[in-house]
Every structure is written in C-alpha cells, then in structure tokens.
Design a protein around this ligand. Sequence first.
Ligand SMILES: C[S@@+](CC[C@H](N)C(=O)[O-])C[C@H]1O[C@@H](n2cnc3c(N)ncnc32)[C@H](O)[C@@H]1O
Length: 233
Amino acid sequence: MVEIAPGAVPSPNIWNSPRVYEIENRAVDPDGALESAMRAIRPWDGATVLDLGCGTGFHLPMFARDAAKVVGVEPHSGLAAAARRRVADIPNVTVRVGAAQALPLPDASIDVVHVRWAYFFGPGCEPGLAELDRVVRRGGAIFIIDNDATRSTFGGWFRRGLPSYDPGAVERFWTRRGFAREPLMIRWSFESREDLAAVLRIEFPEELAAEFLREHEGCEVDYAVNMWWHRLP
Ligand SMILES: C[S@@+](CC[C@H](N)C(=O)[O-])C[C@H]1O[C@@H](n2cnc3c(N)ncnc32)[C@H](O)[C@@H]1O
C-alpha cells in the first residue's frame, strides 16, 4: 500500500509512469550542463548532499561518487522504495520518506541541496524554504532546477500546456528570497521517436502531446531551465 507524506504536490508523470519517467531522466541533459553549473558554484566533494523530491533516486548515484553522504527524501513511499533499490549497493546513500515541509533531518546537517522539478515551483513553497533554512549549514548551497517557460522548444510547450503560468511572478518570488538565477540551455536526447512520444504523453494532455510530436522532427528537443541558487555565508 503506497503512502504519501502530507503536503506532497501530485506528480502524475512519475507517480503513475515511473518507467517512462526513467526514459525521460535518461534523455535529460546528456552533456551534464546542470551538474557542471552546480559544481562551479558549490562542489560537494566530501559533503553531505540532500536530493529533495528524489523520485526513484535517478540522481543519487551521481552525487554519491564525490559526496561523503547523500540523503534522498521523497514523499511517495513506492518511489522511495524504488530509490532504495537503486542505491542498495552504494553505502553512503540513504533514502527517507518525507516532504519538503517537514524534513526528516536534523538541524544544520546538510551542505548541498538539489531539487529538480519538485515542489519548489515559486509562490506557495515558503514552508519548504523554512525547512531548508533549518537543515542547511553555513557554507552550504541550495539548487532548485525548474523550467524556463520564456524560451526554447520545451519552454513553448510548457506555456501551451499551462497558459496561466507566470514566469515573472516566479522570478520575483525567488529574487525576493535571495536566490540568483542561472539560465541554462539543456536538451532532451531520446533514442527513438517512440520514447519521445511516450514522454510527451506523461508530461502533457494527449492532444497537445500529439500536436507537439507532429510539429517537431527528430529525437532532440532544446530545453531551457532556470537553476535558482542560494549560497549561505
Ligand atoms: C517530476 S518528479 C522529479 C523527481 C526527481 N527529482 C527526478 O528528477 O527524477 C517530482 C517529485 O517531487 C516529489 N514531491 C512532490 N511534492 C513534494 C514535496 N512536498 N516535498 C518533496 N518532494 C515532493 C514527487 O513525489 C516526485 O517524486
């Protein structure tokens, strides 16, 4: 029986289709632009990393290579179990069930926080930010990775899927809270059109997914993201 920690934002893409989401994760950013951008700001060698909203733990092994310790926190107990299976042979990783608004972690215990397309979507995520203030220690850094709806092929699709989205309000939210914006251009790179089609269908309503597929050739999609980041003194 799956349990979901209170405060979780419904995430039908990965909750309902974790296998297709795995295909999506494998296609995201094959050039490692996100990892390089984070490392340039705050490397995690010997540090304790929190991957918040870690889903099935796709990113945990990458952090575990250089970190002393990695903690994945995920509100969906089924996904947390999948993340635990993924890292079963990696001794410096643990996975906890929990949500951003009530982190199952001690005060001042984390150096680097990575949050990718999870909960921190701008206005409304203040309780999670208060929890990060509590658990991140001096010299630490917080990285929030989200879509940049103002540019790129994917950004255009995102706006068409969610016309009420207000990128200006999201930017004002993060700026007021002392986060800097690092605009990055990454890409989706799929092995086949079938994989692209399957991922579009978990990210968008059926009709829009079909339209995007008709409009777009090939297996590559340019994808703009904002990496919002904050470094503690
Ligand atoms: C789109 S998925 C991304 C998963 C993972 N970050 C990745 O890149 O593979 C969003 C994740 O955020 C989690 N989530 C939803 N609400 C959350 C909350 N309040 N606190 C932490 N994580 C949350 C979901 O359960 C889901 O696993």
